[in-house]
Design a protein around this ligand. Sequence first.
Ligand SMILES: *Cc1c(COP(=O)(O)O)cnc(C)c1O
Length: 409
Amino acid sequence: MANKNFHLKGKGTVAVHGGNEPDPQYAHLTPIYASSTFYFDTAQQGMERFAGADKTKIYSRWGNPTHTVAEQKIAALEAHGLTDEDGSPLQLKALLHSSGQAAMTTLFMSNLSAGDKILTHYSLYGGTQELLTKVLAENGIQTIITDLRDRELAVAAIKNNPEIKMVHIETPANPTLQCVDLEMITVLAKQHRLVVSVDNTFATPYLQQPFRYGVDFVFHSTTKFLNGHGTSIGGVLLGRDLQFMSTKAWKWYVLLGGNANPFDAFLLTQGMRTLELRMDRHCSNAMAVARYLENHPAIAKVMYTGLESHPDFEVAKKQMKHPGGMLSFELKGGVETGKQFIDRLQMCTRAVSLGTVDTLISHPASMSHASIPKAEREGYGITDGLIRMSVGIENIEDILADLTQALAE
Ligand SMILES: *Cc1c(COP(=O)(O)O)cnc(C)c1O
């Protein structure tokens, strides 16, 4: 166990040691506490735990030691090197959920009620889009969608909708890799006293730390790069207002019942330990793939935040350490060519999801975004010929060889 007072300088070290807790049995890794409840020695002890004076766990829907380690590790990564208004190290509280969707539900439901509006950018993860426009809409919460890369449009949306209470940003966004300027939008939102949340799934805290810009909440689908190996579904909600996180957000978390389970939390913790190594490789491979595709005669367009041709190249460079492991591209031949290309792949995996050690390739129009009407989808840049690629950590020559043979005439 690293001494908790020993300052960790690098994020790679924080990924390995951050958030770890000493185990009463001296287990090197925090074990899977597969226990729904935790006994009390005496009635008095039970009372103290309920009153919060004794922090020992009570019941696993409210918290479990295996969850705690994963939560603390993510919080340590998102807060690393950042300070609060008074200059002290930033403190965050994380709540680990059974899925990204569950964490998103706690986020929106604990911050919004009927009559409120939420402002967001188009080009969102399909599940987020549907949660907003279906579930929240039925509960009296209206979503205003605009291009948040354009300050004027954001200002107009806020002016025209005084009911807006919250701004939700996904950057880079799925699957177009559009980037919203976190600093610009947060400054604007704070002028209007709006709550700001950021979906940091594509970037991970290694590449981008939204709390640096004063946002209130960060969300992750931990299913993706944080787990890194595709072994479990999970989500996390992090907040800087510790009072809110331990009262309202915690209450909604517990009552909505979207808590994680100890096995998934264990897998997540092990996955996160290699975050920096994996991300460096994901990013360097993605850059090489983007450059290769950019020069390939069968490709009409490549969308990668690391290419100067990407409309948000400058914003990505400003707020991300590297441009990430995700890219999308358009084949010249449209849907049929796209299907043929996908069927010819020999090593890259045909699957939705992202952020795993192996390269995953999907077709948003027929898969993740199929439930969004075509015209609306195309308005967001999700055309029929668009292919999304989550570049893995294989050796680059093998990824390029597979693409080369699949793209051959
Ligand atoms: C996957 C994903 C989600 C939803 O998370 P689940 O773990 O599938 O519930 C939300 N946002 C983004 C950007 C995602 O990639």
